[in-house]
Design a protein around this ligand. Structure first.
Ligand code: 6PG
Length: 251
């Protein structure tokens, strides 16, 4: 793993393979969680869906993290969720449970699922926003301030479930809203940019050459993920070499 100069905003770590990205990100997240626990008494993290973070989650279920982290101090939220039941294989909560939450001793009452499957997704989003507001301190702009937000990057430059052209991109005074994806499952709930940008740290996990257009879009400012710019927080990227090779040398 090496820190590389990059036109991407923030700090960019590059590792040879996707597995090395998972190893490096696990080490970083473990350290971050213990720092937050020491400073705040707990660690509030929003998990990402998608396939990339799965390897990170699985790495955290092995040593030195399984027995080395203070899992009871974790508060687990989600960056987004699909409108499917929690037992559906397409659910982000299902993936997180299978790869992490079912294997480490985080008390279930400290895992806060987005109930995107509810018929009234607007109500479910409002309730989730209230949960965030009631559970966390408020950061810049009054948004709930998470200690860490994990994000992936879609090939079209979406992140969480903030998709190109969707009205959710422009929401400023709400913390979680219904949104629509451009692939199945279409209906989602997503955190909004004010919450992402109020976080103490935001981490993108991006692997593979297929994300080149999206990464170039971040550099150019032309895709939703380009709007992730923590107001008073740290933005960090973990890329494998295949993804890093697609990033232009200059903006
Ligand atoms: C989701 C994620 C989504 C994901 C990207 C990248 O619910 O699918 O929140 O934003 O992070 O689509 O997905 P991969 O990591 O699978 O490429």
């Amino acid at each position: 793993m090496s820190v590389q100069a990059s036109p991407l905003p923030g700090i960019v770590h590059v590792a040879p393979s996707a597995g090395d990205v998972a190893d490096a990100a696990a080490s970083w997240l473990a350290r971050r969680s213990e720092e937050a626990r020491a400073e705040h008494g707990y660690f509030a993290v929003a998990l990402s869906g998608g396939s990339t973070p799965r390897a990170l989650y699985r790495r955290l279920t092995a040593e030195p993290y399984r027995d080395g982290l203070t899992w009871a101090s974790w508060m687990v939220f989600y960056g987004d969720e699909r409108a499917v039941p929690p037992g559906d294989g397409r659910s982000n909560h299902h993936m997180a449970t299978e790869s992490l939450l079912g294997h480490v001793p985080i008390p279930p009452e400290r895992v806060f699922r987005m109930e995107a499957e509810r018929p009234d997704r607007e109500e479910a989003a409002r309730e989730y926003a209230s949960l965030l507001a009631d559970s966390l301190p408020h950061g810049p702009g009054g948004a709930p301030r998470l200690h860490c937000v994990l994000l992936g990057l879609g090939e079209n430059g979406h992140t969480a479930s903030l998709f190109p052209g969707d009205p959710s991109l422009d929401v400023q005074r709400r913390w979680a809203v219904p949104s629509r994806a451009d692939y199945e499952p279409y209906d989602r709930i997503t955190l909004t940019f004010p919450v992402l940008n109020a976080a103490e740290s935001v981490v993108f996990l991006v692997t593979g050459g297929s994300k080149g257009d999206a990464l170039r879009g971040v550099v150019e400012g032309s895709v939703p993920a380009a709007r992730v710019r923590p107001t008073a927080g740290l933005l960090t990227w973990f890329l494998d070499e295949a993804a890093a090779a697609t990033v232009p040398a200059q903006p």
